[in-house]
Design a protein around this ligand. Structure first.
Ligand code: TYM
Length: 347
C-alpha cells in the first residue's frame, strides 16, 4: 500500500508588501517543499483583517501576495494555493477549538503582546488569532508547517489545541499491548524552520511589516536603494580598525543572498579592513542591491504581469479553493460528529 505523502501547509498574511524576511524565512522553503509533499499554501486574509481595515487595500495586498508566490516559483499543478476566506468552514473549527482552549494559553501569546505594545488595537480578533491559525492547520490535517521562528509559539499552541480537542472528543482504544490511547479527528502537526528562521530588518530587530524595517522582495531602483541604504551600521572607521561581521546587519543580509565562499571572503575583508583597504559598509550595501536585482529581477516582471486584471491568478486561486474546501469539509464533518453537533442538514 502506498503511504500518504506528508501534507505540508503554511500561510502568509496580506498585510503589507512581502519582504526578505518572508522570503528567506518562509517562501523559499515553501517553493522547495512543493516537491516533497502534498503542499497547501494560502493567503491569510481573515488574519490580515486584524490590522488592515481598508477594503481596497486588503484586496490589492491579497493579489500582491498571490502574484509574489506564483512569480517566485509556486506551481499550482504541484501545490494547492488558495485564499483563506474562500474556505469559511475554518471558522466553524475555530469555534470548536476555542471551546476547549483556556484563556491562559492565549494570554501567553508573544505575538499578541508584541502587537499591542506596537500600538495595534487589542481587538478580540487579535486576541483569538492563534485559534484561527490552529484551525487553518488542523482543518487540512497538516503534518508539517514550514514557518519562520516568530510562528513557532503559534504552532505549539495549535498542538495543545489539537490535543485538548482529541482528548475531550476522541474515542478511547486499546492497542495490542493493552495500552489505552485516544484516537481523535485532529492530527498533531510539527513545525519546520527554514535554515534562516529569523531575518533581521534594517534596524537589526526582526524584519517585519509592522516594524517599518523591511526590504521588499520586488523593490527596485530608488526604492530598493533607499531601503538597503537605511540598514543601520555602526560608526567604525575601516581605515583605522577592523569591522565585526557578526555584529553587522548589512553583513547578515548580505549572507542571505551570497554563497559560502563570498560570505567568507567578505568576513575576511571586514576583519582585516585597515590592512586590505576595505572601504566599509557601503560596499556591502552595494553588493546587496546588485544581488537582489539579479536574483529577483526576472521574477519581478512575472509578478507585475500576474497582478494585472485578467491574469491566470484568479483561476489558480479558484481551483485551489475548491480542492482545499473539499478537505476542510471532511474534517468539519468528523469534528461535528465527534462533538455531538452532528451532521449538517442537507438543503
Ligand atoms: P506572516 O504573514 O507574518 O509571515 C509569513 C511567513 O514569513 C515568516 N517571516 C519571517 N521569517 C524569518 N524572518 C523574518 N524576519 C520573518 N518575518 C516573517 C513567518 O514566520 C511566516 O512563516 N500567522 C502567520 C500566517 C498564518 C499561518 C497560518 C502560518 C496564518 N495561518 C497557518 C502557518 C500556518 C503570519 O502572520 O505570518
Amino acid at each position: 500500500m502506498s503511504e500518504r505523502r506528508p501534507r505540508i501547509l503554511s500561510g502568509v498574511q496580506p498585510s503589507g508588501e512581502l519582504h526578505l524576511g518572508n522570503y528567506f524565512g518562509a517562501i523559499a522553503q515553501h517553493v522547495r517543499l512543493q516537491d516533497e509533499g502534498d503542499a497547501f499554501y494560502f493567503i491569510a486574509d481573515y488574519h490580515a483583517l486584524t490590522t488592515v481595515h481598508d477594503a481596497e487595500r486588503l484586496a490589492a495586498l491579497t493579489r500582491d501576495v498571490a502574484a509574489t508566490y506564483l512569480a517566485l516559483g509556486l506551481d499550482p499543478q504541484k501545490a494547492t494555493f488558495f485564499r483563506q476566506s474562500d474556505v469559511p468552514e475554518v471558522h466553524e473549527l475555530t469555534w470548536m477549538l476555542e471551546c476547549v482552549t483556556g484563556m491562559g494559553l492565549l494570554e501567553r501569546a508573544h505575538s499578541y503582546k508584541d502587537k499591542v505594545a506596537k500600538g495595534i488595537h487589542p481587538s478580540v480578533g487579535l486576541f483569538t488569532y492563534p485559534a484561527l491559525m490552529a484551525s487553518d492547520i488542523l482543518i487540512y490535517q497538516a503534518d508539517l508547517v514550514p514557518v519562520g521562528q516568530d510562528q513557532v509559539q503559534h504552532i505549539e499552541m495549535c498542538q495543545d489545541m489539537a490535543q485538548s480537542f482529541n482528548s475531550r472528543f476522541g474515542r478511547r482504544e486499546r492497542d495490542a499491548e493493552g495500552v489505552e490511547r485516544v484516537v481523535g479527528p485532529l492530527k498533531r502537526p510539527e513545525y519546520k524552520l527554514s535554515p534562516t528562521p529569523k531575518v533581521p530588518g534594517t534596524d537589526g530587530q526582526k524584519m517585519s511589516k509592522s516594524y517599518g524595517n523591511t526590504i521588499p522582495i520586488f523593490a527596485s531602483g530608488k526604492r530598493l536603494k533607499k531601503a538597503v541604504n537605511s540598514i543601520v551600521t555602526d560608526s567604525r572607521d575601516p581605515k583605522r580598525e577592523p569591522l565585526d561581521p557578526d555584529a553587522c546587519n548589512a553583513f547578515a543580509i548580505y549572507a542571505l543572498l551570497h554563497d559560502e565562499d563570498e560570505v567568507a571572503a567578505l568576513a575576511e575583508q571586514y576583519r582585516r579592513a585597515p590592512e586590505v583597504g576595505f572601504l566599509g559598509y557601503g560596499v556591502t550595501k552595494k553588493a546587496i542591491i546588485e544581488r537582489m536585482q539579479e536574483r529577483f529581477g526576472p521574477a519581478r516582471e512575472r509578478y507585475e504581469a500576474l497582478k494585472r486584471p485578467g491574469s491566470e491568478l484568479d483561476d489558480v486561486l479558484r481551483e485551489g479553493a475548491l480542492r482545499a474546501r473539499a478537505v476542510a469539509r471532511e474534517t468539519i464533518a468528523a469534528c461535528r460528529q465527534a462533538t455531538g453537533l452532528g451532521p449538517l442538514l442537507s438543503a
